[in-house]
Design a protein around this ligand. Structure first.
Ligand code: ATP
Ligand code: MG
Length: 406
């Protein structure tokens, strides 16, 4: 027989204090609530509200999927810690009873613990020290092999006496951190199929940027599978960023013109200048205030400081490069953590790798790059590419439908 749960479980989310000071506080809190409420629809019915620097996620019926909501909420930027917690009435008997039934599961495998009580309701019958001591005593009764260690406990049991009820929990974990998506403007991510650009997007979303993405392809030199891979990367990123709109732009004609009319050594540099200008146009048309790339200084020929200078020359918005000072290994670690690595290493070609010069310029002279570019009808080519653009929504809905997956 499945034991009937005697307690009501909810989620408590803590958000970073530092970013929330002053007049912005309410804005941050409301942005977080909106994002959590949007996500919760997939997991059932929940009441979601905040009180005293904590967000409460309360399931409204038995069918609501608390585990699913936990996993999703722990990837919401702005939330620094998350825990399941059990709720009871605000009296000592109820708290001790709940501690004895709810907490032992969390202490399995631990040798030491401590209790940490907080009361925001100062009228409560006991003070924090007394609550901690009594709950500790009750837990030792049911788990006599454990020891209390107030300095380095394996597990901390927390008791919170709030206005509306008492809560007890012992499984607090770090969550996504950062700032709520949407609290720092919108940026356009140049999303290739590689390892670096999804990480760059994740890093800027973590600082509160809402993202759109642009992907450049070179059909038929690049394949349908390469495009699908990019959509799956965007789906994966959307766990953090929320639904992600991907603009897809064809560079085929531009690449053919460059091959025909320009010196091979400048080919990649010129292509990247086209990318920057097209991305700038798309960004401006869609209210994005910056471009984001996965460039890392010196990683490849097109990422020396001279090459970056040449690329940036054609951007009309700030270009954010959050990976610029990271080693490849550090970028890989992040991409593994956010789940994009395994998709990124699938071996489909990218438009940048289709026509790679044998001797790319690593320290290009900007005047020479501009002279090469002047051999093309830059504005017309950019205009044509923009006309070829189409948009695909990626994210949880698409993931659930299994649509477009290669
Ligand atoms: P990544 O691993 O992100 O592909 P990379 O190390 O392969 O990066 P490059 O190919 O030089 O480096 O690209 C540098 C940046 O330019 C990428 O991080 C990405 O932001 C952008 N970029 C490159 N190719 C494309 C593409 N096909 N579509 C959109 N953006 C691109
Ligand atoms: Mg690449």
């Amino acid at each position: 027989m499945i034991p009937v749960k005697k307690f009501k479980e909810i989620l408590l989310c803590k958000y970073g204090e530092i970013i929330l000071k002053g007049a912005n506080r309410k804005f941050f809190e409301d942005t977080l609530l909106k994002e959590l409420r949007r996500r919760s629809a997939r997991f059932g019915r929940f009441d979601i509200y905040y009180s005293q620097s904590t967000i409460y996620i309360v399931p409204l019926d038995e069918e609501s999927d608390l585990d699913g909501m936990y996993a999703s909420a722990s990837k919401v930027f702005g939330i620094v810690a998350i825990t399941r917690a059990a709720e009871c009435e605000k009296n000592m008997d109820a708290i001790l009873e709940l501690a004895k039934t709810y907490i032992p599961d969390f202490l399995t495998g631990a040798s030491t613990f401590k209790c940490d009580a907080r009361r925001s309701d100062k009228t409560f019958e006991k003070d924090s020290m007394e609550i901690s001591a009594e709950v500790g005593g009750a837990l030792l009764e049911v788990m006599p092999h454990l020891k209390v260690d107030v300095h380095h406990p394996d597990i901390t049991v927390r008791i919170e006496i709030r206005e509306q009820a008492a809560y007890i929990h012992a499984g607090q974990q770090h969550a996504a951190g950062g700032m709520p998506v949407g609290s720092n403007g919108k940026g356009l991510l140049l999303l290739s199929g590689g390892i670096d650009s999804p990480v760059a997007g994740y890093m800027m979303a973590k600082r509160g940027m809402r993202l759109e993405a642009v992907h450049f392809e070179s059909f038929p030199y690049t394949s349908e599978l390469a495009r699908e891979k990019v959509f799956r990367l965007a789906d994966q990123m959307s766990d953090y960023t929320g639904n992600l709109l991907v603009h897809v732009v064809s560079l085929t004609h531009i690449q053919e013109v460059l091959m025909r009319d320009c010196e091979e050594d400048y080919f990649t540099l010129l292509l990247r200048r086209f990318m920057m200008r097209i991305a700038s146009e798309i960004a401006i048309r869609n209210g994005c205030k910056a471009l984001i790339t996965g460039e890392s200084l010196g990683q490849v020929a097109s990422q020396t400081i001279e090459a970056i200078t040449s690329t940036e020359d054609r951007a009309s918005l700030p270009v954010l490069r959050p990976c610029i000072g990271l080693d490849k290994e550090e970028i890989i670690q992040i991409s593994r953590r956010i789940g994009t690595f395994d998709i990124s290493i699938e071996p489909y070609e990218d438009c940048c790798t289709v026509f790679t010069p044998r001797h790319p310029r690593t320290k290009p002279d900007l005047d020479k790059v501009r002279a090469q570019e002047a051999k093309t009808d830059f504005d017309t080519l950019v205009g044509e590419a923009l006309e070829s653009a189409y948009r695909i929504w990626t994210g949880p809905d698409r993931k659930e439908r299994g649509e477009n997956h290669g």
